[in-house]
Design a protein. Sequence first.
Length: 180
Amino acid sequence: MPVKHAILGILKEAPRHGYELKSIFDERIGNFWNLNYGQIYTTLDRLEKEGYVSGTEEEQDSRPDKKVYNTSPKGVQELERWLQEPATKPRPLRDELFIKLLFISRENPELALRLIERQTQIYMEQMRELTKTKYRLAKDGINRENMMTDLLTDAALFHAEADVRWLNHVEAKILEYAKT
């Protein structure tokens, strides 16, 4: 998901400043995508140069002025174009873990097995956090506002479960081939 389109989507709802954008992004997408303030402001600058958003300075009492951004008609058109296009490629399988296993499994199967165990623990912790999110969403009640967050949480859980299953498969194969 390009960050610029997420920002356009949030801004289409209402004008916002960078700090608000980051808060809303984290609330809706933060479990799936880490974004820092620098990325927000760099993206806003680029969107403004491209004519997708406009920013206006607003004075604040006893605080520095803040710049509030709004989508332009061109920005709304770009967001709507992007929303209608399917993702052309499935999620790429570029993963640091794959490269590590490629090189250590031949040389040192024990090291590969330890890495698999530690990586599985990371996925299990991610699944615990995602399950907490699911519980919180269910407790608050699933509605139009949080339905997509619920579905994205499902997707993340399914991916983590698949990764754990794959790691179990890799572990079994390493153990099988270590015997030969």
